[in-house]
Design a protein around this ligand. Structure first.
Ligand SMILES: Nc1ncnc2c1ncn2[C@@H]1O[C@H](COP(=O)(O)OP(=O)(O)O)[C@@H](O)[C@H]1O
Ligand SMILES: [Mg+2]
Length: 313
């Protein structure tokens, strides 16, 4: 873990008044995390600020979970990954960017009663994203969505440089988390493009079932387009095979295809494969991520291993 410094400690090292440090922070020159009324600065960040260390990756690693195919297990993956990272002690935010509001629903929250959601953050200039963030019972926080977000596609079309809105709105909280997971909607529209623009990296879940590979090329094309237009540093974290059923030829063939694709394109294929299990279908009914409800099950273990692979880089 990176050592965290107080503003006083930083002032001492820089040999300046503490107010000067606060000004550096306010001006965005020195990235810092807010802890209550105070700030904490990562030692690594300070060294880079002084020019004495590698350029830091400041703030949260932002991971978009994307695949425009409905049922590709984006929401299941996002929720279980957020919960797994939380269990590892990582400060994690899950951003629901799907108008279906699946993240909140699978945690037992009634989204129709939410006054403010990610939709308001996207379309209202003055609303800080921290205002919509809620605690969950599973050691991660949630920026929920509901059906209001369906209107955002149209409303965002009116706004200039609309691809970067989510990125800009997340700027103020980025330093407060270790990981931000974005659950994308089942389309390659402006919402997914916003997620890919805001993200450092994309995780692509692929359900090993009929027609799973359809559209994968279009997703890769979209990632290339986003790299060319708005986010040249966008990485691919990897492909995660899910709903795998070794008894079916179809599942085995899809897994083989994905493994070959990853080898050819030099993309990471996550070692753990998430098996098909009815427990995943049941878990939203109990309003609990599977990794919290049944951590001992194969599928839950797989997500926890994926989280560890992500933490280890
Ligand atoms: N490993 C799995 N085995 C069986 N069913 C799964 C698995 N993972 C997810 N599911 C189920 O598949 C359906 C689609 O998953 P979901 O995460 O909602 O996909 P998406 O968000 O991509 O549309 C849900 O009913 C979910 O419970
Ligand atoms: Mg979903």
């Amino acid at each position: 873990m990176d050592k965290l410094l107080t503003t006083e400690q930083v002032a001492e090292r820089l040999n300046v008044h503490v107010n000067t440090v606060l000004r550096f922070i306010k001006d965005g020159k020195l990235p810092a995390a807010r802890v209550g009324k105070e700030y904490r600065i990562k030692e690594r960040v300070l060294l880079a600020f002084i020019g004495d260390g590698p350029a830091p990756h400041t703030g949260a690693l932002v991971i978009a979970v994307a695949n425009q195919k409905g049922g590709a297990t984006k929401t299941t993956t996002s929720v279980n990954l957020a919960a797994s990272l939380g269990k590892e002690g990582k400060k994690t935010l899950l951003v629901d960017l799907d108008p279906q509001g699946g993240c909140a629903v699978s945690l037992g929250l009634d989204t129709s009663e939410l006054n403010l959601t990610i939709y308001d953050v996207l379309v209202k200039r003055d609303l800080d994203i921290s205002k919509i963030i809620m605690e969950t019972d599973y050691r991660f926080e949630l920026a929920p969505s509901n059906i209001d977000l369906a209107g955002a596609e149209v409303e965002l079309m009116q706004i200039l440089s609309r691809e970067g809105i989510l990125k800009r709105r997340m700027e103020s909280i980025r330093n407060s988390y270790d990981y931000i997971i974005i659950d994308c909607p089942p389309s390659l529209g402006i919402l997914t493009v916003n997620a890919l623009t805001a993200a450092d990296t994309v995780l692509i879940p692929v359900a090993c079932e009929y027609m799973a590979l359809r559209g994968l090329k279009m997703l890769f094309d979209t990632i290339s387009n986003v790299r060319a237009a708005t986010n040249p540093n966008l990485n691919i974290t990897g492909i995660l095979a899910t709903k795998y059923d070794a008894r079916t030829l179809n599942s085995r063939e899809i897994l083989e295809y994905l493994q070959a694709l990853c080898k050819r394109e030099n993309i990471r294929m996550f070692e753990p494969v998430v098996n098909s299990s009815v427990r995943f279908i049941e878990s939203p009914r109990y309003a609990k991520p599977l990794v919290n409800m049944h951590p001992e099950l194969d599928g839950a273990k797989a997500y926890q291993l994926v989280a560890q692979e992500i933490i280890n880089g």
